[in-house]
Design a protein around this ligand. Structure first.
Ligand code: DGL
Length: 271
């Protein structure tokens, strides 16, 4: 039934940037979001742990009758997508492939940068996905572990954030002198887009194209749902937002979604 909801999950609140993009592109779809705020961050955890968390969340969302699953978390997409695809009875879309596709489409210089969590960068998932589409490209990756807490604190234009972004981009530049495309391979980075753009221009000496995997994922989800004949013609119910912890929730969540999150529900994953 096409009016069934689309499930979306992330390690925490950052995936609301993907919800925002999905809401803009698919206004007739009901979304059910699960943010694993009790166990965030995933970026520093092992693949085994992330796969276990992702599969618990998928079961929770399946019990709510979702027709399609979007893994909004880059780290979970990098570690758990194959497992979810092989074990779930519904189609699953991660953020890595759409982001990689967008990067492969715009890169002119032959060099692409990818920034993300330690887990995402260590997994090599973006590298593999981009090279599969454009074997001619060279990919340089840089983990940026301090950017998630800075974005959550709302230090979006703070001088400390500029300094930290510059430091990471200088590390990247030491390997990749001439890149013209940078993938924002983490749910939190779209919030830091402005500072990343200006520091990238400063460090690389020319404007750098930023690829936002949230937008690319929403576009890919629309195409995939259409192809599978799963698009809903009319939304019957409001979106639902579940979290595994709601401490310090409202302010940060609103920042990611672009407006207040109303009616947040506490999720019990011990199902
Ligand atoms: N959602 C994560 C990601 O996109 C960032 C936060 C975390 O480390 O859990 O990789």
């Amino acid at each position: 039934m096409t009016t069934q909801p689309i499930g979306v999950f992330d390690s925490g609140l950052g995936g609301l940037t993907v919800v925002r993009a999905l809401q803009r592109r698919l206004p007739h779809e009901q979304l059910v979001y699960l943010g694993d705020t009790a166990r965030v961050p995933y970026g520093t955890k092992s693949a085994t742990t992330v796969i276990r968390y992702a599969s618990q969340i998928a079961q929770f969302l399946l019990a709510l009758d979702v027709k399609y699953l979007v893994v909004a978390c880059n780290t979970a997409s990098a570690h758990a997508l194959t497992y979810l695809e092989q074990t779930l009875p519904i189609p699953v879309l991660g953020v890595v492939e759409p982001g990689a596709h967008a990067a492969a489409g715009v890169c002119g210089s032959g060099q692409v940068g990818v920034i993300g969590t330690l887990g995402t960068v260590d997994s090599g998932a973006y590298q593999r996905a981009i090279q599969l589409m454009r074997p001619d490209l060279t990919i340089f990756s840089q983990p940026c572990p301090l950017l998630v807490p800075l974005a959550e604190e709302g230090w979006l234009e703070h001088p400390v954030t500029s300094e930290v972004v510059r430091h990471y981009l200088q590390e990247l530049q030491a390997h990749a002198g001439n890149l013209d495309t940078l993938v924002l391979g983490c749910t939190h980075y779209p919030l830091l887009r402005q500072v990343i753009a200006s520091e990238a221009e400063r460090v690389f000496g020319h404007p750098v194209k930023l690829v936002d995997s949230a937008e690319a994922t929403a576009e890919a989800a629309e195409g995939d749902l259409r192809e599978r004949n799963l698009l809903s013609k009319a939304r019957l119910e409001a979106d639902r937002f579940f979290f595994t912890d709601v401490n310090r929730f409202a302010e940060v969540a609103g920042r990611f979604l672009g407006r207040p999150v109303t009616g947040a529900e506490l999720a019990d994953l011990s199902i």
